[in-house]
Design a protein around this ligand. Structure first.
Ligand SMILES: Nc1nc2c(ncn2[C@@H]2O[C@H](COP(=O)(O)OP(=O)(O)OP(=O)(O)O)[C@@H](O)[C@H]2O)c(=O)[nH]1
Ligand SMILES: [Mg+2]
Length: 270
């Protein structure tokens, strides 16, 4: 009946890689995005995991081909294999773990130096729920289920009251963390502003802002028209999609990553 719903939308495959210290929640973010689930005791990733998920925007569908890398140091040397030719990356840290933010900075630098020049990077401070438990002040913390709401953009998550750098001045600071914010919201924002990154604070546990991260990336992917125009083609080999027998990305299309369209209006219908 509804001819609009049957009209084919162009699908663009986008390789996305997750990087970050061990246990910051990379796999949990992917699990939330792909299956809307959360596991309290998720096992560490070995090597890398590959998943796909589609995001339907108003005029196109983005098919994310997601490489979820292992954060453990022993796997660090594998990372270039996964970020090579990636059009997008999530660099994840745990807002209760200062070292994970240092590591995130490292990954941003490495991506800037070695990944495709136009790569869209989102900096993601995860485990926001742990802070909210302390402060109980975040107004937008209840979209855990968010099945079909319009996603709200939150480059500027309004959760600042407990934003403390390094010395979480809580009485809990002697606990091995996991109980209070140790990376200020402003620190994440600053790094993102300096490096031209998208920035979100998320909770894979509650689902807060998780889809928004992927949606923001999807909205920055240029459409077919600008792709054909050929501006700012990836300088790398330009792979952009399906995996080959080696599990490495292999796609015929090239995408311009320069035509940014961040914070677009499309809703992720994945
Ligand atoms: N409270 C809370 N716990 C989380 C969140 N995200 C992940 N976790 C927990 O943190 C632990 C590590 O999560 P993973 O998703 O396995 O972390 P990872 O970054 O994939 O770890 P590696 O695969 O070793 O690199 C698990 O026990 C998760 O349940 C979150 O948003 N809030
Ligand atoms: Mg993992």
């Amino acid at each position: 009946m509804d001819s609009q719903s049957t009209a084919p939308r162009p699908t663009t495959s986008v390789k996305l890689v997750l990087l970050g210290e061990a246990a910051v929640g990379k796999s949990s973010l992917v699990l939330r995005f792909v299956s809307n689930e959360f596991q309290e005791n998720k096992e560490p990733t070995i090597g890398a995991a590959f998943l796909t998920q589609k995001c339907s925007l108003a005029n196109k569908t983005i098919k994310f081909e997601i490489w979820d890398t292992a954060g453990q140091e022993r796997f660090a040397s594998l990372a270039p294999m996964y970020y090579r030719n990636a059009q997008s990356a999530l660099v994840v840290y745990d807002i209760t773990k200062p070292n994970s933010f240092i590591k995130a900075r490292h990954w941003v630098n490495e991506l800037k130096a070695q990944a495709s020049p136009g790569i869209i990077i989102a900096l993601v401070g995860n485990k926001l729920d742990l802070v909210e438990e302390d402060t109980n002040n975040t107004s937008s913390s209840n979209d855990a289920d968010h099945e079909d709401d319009e996603t709200e953009h939150s480059d500027n998550v309004e959760d600042t009251t407990n934003a403390i750098t390094e010395d979480a001045s809580d009485s809990d600071s002697d606990v091995e963390t996991q109980s209070a914010r140790c990376v200020a919201l402003q620190e994440g924002e600053k790094l993102a502003a300096e490096e031209g990154l998208l920035f979100f604070e998320t909770s894979a546990k509650t689902g807060l802002n998780v889809r928004d991260v992927f949606l923001a990336i999807a909205n920055k992917i240029p459409d077919e028209a600008s792709k054909r125009r050929g501006n700012g083609l990836l300088a790398g080999s330009g792979h952009n999609g399906d995996s080959d027998a080696n599990g490495l990305p292999n796609h015929d299309g090239r995408i311009s990553l320069d035509a940014s369209n961040a914070n677009g209006t499309g809703a992720c219908a994945c």
